[in-house]
Design a protein around this ligand. Structure first.
Ligand code: EPU
Length: 450
């Protein structure tokens, strides 16, 4: 692509057959199916663990300081296992116990994230900033697209280039270099990208001088990452606002950090309760991180309660149609979109929703349609005409959140819904089946025959 300078010897002849043969999650997950019987109204209390999208970046942040780091409230999910492998590849030693993680970072990490890991988890790209800062070089496979569409990374690279890094593409691998130390810069993002904000932040903490991220993402997970970096000795202002200012320091030290609660797990259980017409309380969460999503559930006719560290959602017999558009925080989260559409599929009335973050997020709509949902998609909009009933059938989970949404739809459908490719759900939810069952869902997991 025009973005990179290709070295003279670059050609396509060097294939990496052994690496390319690994499909997504091939190494980890046996194929499995989640089987749901529709009907029961969920009730009870469920606690959530730490947020995937904070834990992954906080694991990467450990690369910034040699020594022994400790993270707690880490969810036991596939993506965390994958990030352990990314860190191990750089020479880190990792030990785990329940929801805790210890990472021992070497004095000289191996600055590389290979294709077989990056392909399975795009979030690996945030190692670029810390590896450049620590090692002056980073070799990271170009992630390419994924289940949610093209997902380019040019804003990550532009930001790091402004700080003195240069990149070239060598046989599908991005090779970044910096002469000496990264230099602070004013990086203005064209869009408040979560990953680009994090990469520049993780590079800026060890850069020379001040880095300003203008139009930074304001997600709570980034604020939590900033808190973590702060305990490591970083000097950062403006977390949770659109202007983050970082005063680079010479070195950081290992720290202890507790990952903030997963708002997406909390929101997913709330919608599960709502669609079943049940009454679910979620604890160990911050309802303030789900303001827009809870407002929309109220508009849909749910009774919503919130307090310090908990939220409660009681679903109506039949939800009402609502409109929403996904936006960066504090807007409606794109990762709550498919779950909410499952609810609106059985609402009275017609909902109009707009997806502003991903071009391929609607891939699950065809699966919901097999269950009887009446949804028309046009570009980034979907018109959802609520139907009286869904009927269970075999469907496939296309990604983490859509997978959860199909299971949720199954809670309301007549008969049995079988959600195949369920390993997608394991990437982001710890024991999703067990937790739904604890609320009274008739749900179980079946490992597919080889
Ligand atoms: N984008 C570009 N160029 C870039 C960077 C981003 O065009 O250089 C586009 C993306 O293609 C996308 C939009 O900007 O259309 C937003 O992407 P962003 O960079 O904000 O997302 P991300 O960092 O790749 C994280 C989460 C996603 C979540 C998004 C939005 C992690 C590991 N992933 O992705 O989470 O949807 O932010 O909030 O933090 C999930 O958990 O299921 C998940 C997909």
């Amino acid at each position: 692509t025009a973005r990179f300078s290709l070295p003279d010897d670059a050609d396509d002849s060097e294939t990496r057959a052994s690496q390319l043969s690994d499909g997504p999650l091939a190494t980890f997950a046996p194929m499995s199916t989640i089987v749901v019987e529709g009907g029961p109204r969920l009730s009870g209390t469920i606690g959530v663990l730490g947020a995937k999208n904070a834990a992954l970046k906080e694991m990467v942040a450990t690369l910034l300081a040699p020594g022994r780091h400790h993270l707690s409230n880490v969810p036991a999910i596939l993506d965390v296992d994958l990030m352990c492998r990314v860190l191990e590849h750089t020479g880190c030693k990792i030990s785990k116990a329940a929801n805790e993680l210890w990472v021992v970072v070497p004095d000289e990490p191996e600055p590389e994230a290979p294709i077989e890991l990056v392909r399975q988890m795009r979030a690996s790209i945030v190692v670029l900033g810390p590896l450049l800062a620590r090692c002056g070089v980073a070799r990271v496979a170009l992630p390419g697209g994924d289940d949610l569409g093209a997902r380019p990374i040019e804003w990550h690279l532009d930001g790091l280039e402004q700080m003195g890094a240069v990149f070239e593409l060598v046989h599908g691998e991005l090779v970044g270099r910096v002469d000496g130390r990264l230099r602070g810069a004013e990086v203005e993002l064209p869009f408040p990208s979560v990953g680009a904000t994090e990469n520049v932040l993780l590079a800026g903490v060890l850069a020379e001088g001040e880095t300003r991220i203008v139009n930074a993402a304001r997600e709570p997970e980034i604020e939590d990452l900033i808190a973590h970096l702060g305990t490591m000795g970083a000097r950062i202002d403006g977390g949770g606002t659109s202007l983050i200012t970082i005063e680079g320091v010479e070195e950081l030290s290992p720290a202890d950090h507790r990952v903030l609660p997963d708002r997406l797990a909390a929101g997913t259980f709330a919608v599960a309760g709502a669609i079943s017409g049940g009454d679910v309380t979620v604890t160990s969460c911050h309802p303030g991180h789900l303001r827009m999503e809870l407002l929309k559930l109220e508009e849909a006719g749910c009774e919503v309660g919130r307090g310090d560290g908990w939220l409660r959602v009681a679903g109506p017999d039949r939800p009402q149609a609502v409109d929403f558009a996904t936006l960066p925080f504090p807007g409606f989260h794109t990762d709550m979109h498919p779950q909410m559409v499952a609810l609106l599929a059985v609402a009275s009335g017609t909902s109009l929703i707009t997806e502003n973050l991903y071009d391929a997020r609607f891939r699950y709509v065809g699966e919901l349609a097999r269950m009887g949902a009446d949804i028309t998609v046009e570009a980034q909009h979907a018109v959802i005409r609520g139907v009286d009933r869904l009927s269970g059938c075999p469907v496939l989970a296309p990604d983490i959140r859509a997978g959860a949404a199909l299971v949720i739809a199954g809670l309301r459908a007549e008969g049995t819904t079988e959600v195949g490719d369920a390993s997608h759900i394991d990437r982001g939810y710890e024991d999703f089946v067990g937790r739904l069952a604890s609320l009274g869902a008739r749900v179980q997991r079946v490992e597919d025959l080889p």
